[in-house]
Design a protein around this ligand. Structure first.
Ligand SMILES: [Zn+2]
Length: 394
């Protein structure tokens, strides 16, 4: 199936109206997380994939939440390929939208709605790619595995279940159709978020000497914390480690000495950094300050822990995927990375395969009001995913 002629025949099977209908149907299924309610969308995808002859399994999380794992069987001569997406979307937000966020309206080549970009458009492209390969009866030497996860925007409920379900499976790559405007990202930063709390003793605001001020303890802690040198090596695709103190709460009333102050810290890590070592550094700082400042008491808690993931740009599978994108879009990608995290955090360690992020959505529209996906990009994405599977699995 690698001849130009065969490619043309295969790609001619991709129908724009079907892609649009799938994406519209799924935008209209509300999967706002929290609470998620992904089961209805999971059932919709399962029905579509069963109809075209795939083996489909539903991984059930709760009555209302589920994840899909499906397979287009190959002969087993080659390792498979995983195409993955997530079913949940972020809330609509307070701002008024130009179009109904759950309407899926198509206006001047754009399909509007929450999740159109992130990432029901990508899911629709994956589904159509599988359908084209199944209907054309392309003789696959490896399995094309499809996975649609609940709970990506938060706890990675579905990806953890799918990773456990698929652990040890031989795949050439983990391809995630998150919004990239059909460009390719092969690395993502880790996230290691901390909550720091200081504990004081309350007293009337007019007699501060009788209390211990948790906010002033936090001032001492943060000034030292901000100065800690965190070791890392600049990554060629991801850059460096970042840290930002982004929330602070403390105190209840102007005339009461605060006994509690809490901040949360967003840290983004790069390959080679050990999250445990970063935590130990903060714990050591707290115990050091406890010895220096009378009455100082503080704690640190990890509130989000996702490892960084990076593929080697020279990996054959990555280069071949770049070739396909270049053929379809006319622009061969350069290796790049992203600062956000995806379900790769769970899937890549379980499958031990390179990560490729490539999807039709606009990355800059993710989590924004007035989200849309361009219909032309949906078609282009289905072409990329169809051709990449045909190349890598035959
Ligand atoms: Zn996403």
């Amino acid at each position: 199936m690698t001849t130009a002629m065969a490619n043309e025949e295969l790609l001619a099977r991709i129908k724009e109206d079907e892609l649009v209908r799938l994406c519209q149907d799924m935008v209209r299924i509300k999967t706002v997380n929290p609470p998620g309610n992904e089961r209805e969308n999971a059932d919709y995808i399962a029905a579509y994939l069963r109809k075209i002859g795939l083996e489909v399994e539903i991984l059930s999380h709760t009555d209302t939440r589920a994840t899909v794992v499906a397979r287009l069987k190959g002969s087993g001569e080659k390792p498979g390929l995983l195409y993955s997406g997530h079913l949940d979307v972020v809330p609509v937000g307070a701002q008024e939208w130009l179009h109904d966020p759950f309407g899926g309206e198509v206006i001047e080549g754009k399909l509007w709605g929450r999740g159109a970009s992130d990432m029901k458009g990508g899911n629709a492209a994956i589904m159509v790619a599988a359908k084209v390969l199944a209907e054309a009866k392309v003789p696959l030497k490896g399995d094309l595995i499809l996975n649609f996860n609940a709970g990506e925007e938060g706890e990675q409920l579905g990806a953890n279940a799918a990773a456990a379900h698929l652990a040890g499976e031989r795949v050439q790559a983990v391809v995630i159709a998150e919004p990239s405007s059909n460009d390719v990202y092969i690395a993502e930063k880790g996230a290691f978020w901390l909550e720091l709390t200081t504990y004081g003793k309350t007293a009337h605001g007019s007699t501060p000497h009788l209390g211990q001020n948790a906010i002033m303890m936090m001032v001492s802690l943060l000034s030292e914390f901000d100065r800690l040198a965190v070791p890392y090596q600049e990554h060629p695709l991801l850059g460096g480690f970042t840290r930002s103190i982004n929330t602070i709460t403390g105190g209840v009333k102007t005339n009461v000495v605060p006994d509690l102050c809490t901040v949360t810290v967003d840290q983004r890590t790069v390959p080679g950094q050990d999250h445990r070592a970063i935590l130990r550094q903060v714990e050591d700082l707290i115990s050091d300050l406890s010895g220096k400042i009378p009455g100082f008491k503080a704690s640190v808690k990890v509130i989000n822990d996702r490892i960084p993931v990076a593929s080697d740009p020279e990996e054959t599978v990555v280069q071949r995927f770049f070739d396909v994108v270049g053929e379809v879009s006319g622009k061969r990608p350069e290796p790049k990375g992203v600062a956000y995290y995806t379900d790769a955090v769970s899937l890549v360690p379980a499958l031990k395969a390179p990560l490729i992020i490539c999807g039709p959505g606009e990355a800059r529209l993710a989590h924004q009001p007035n989200e849309y996906v361009e219909v032309a990009r949906l078609v282009e994405s289905a072409k990329i995913l169809t051709l990449a599977a045909a190349r890598l699995l035959t």
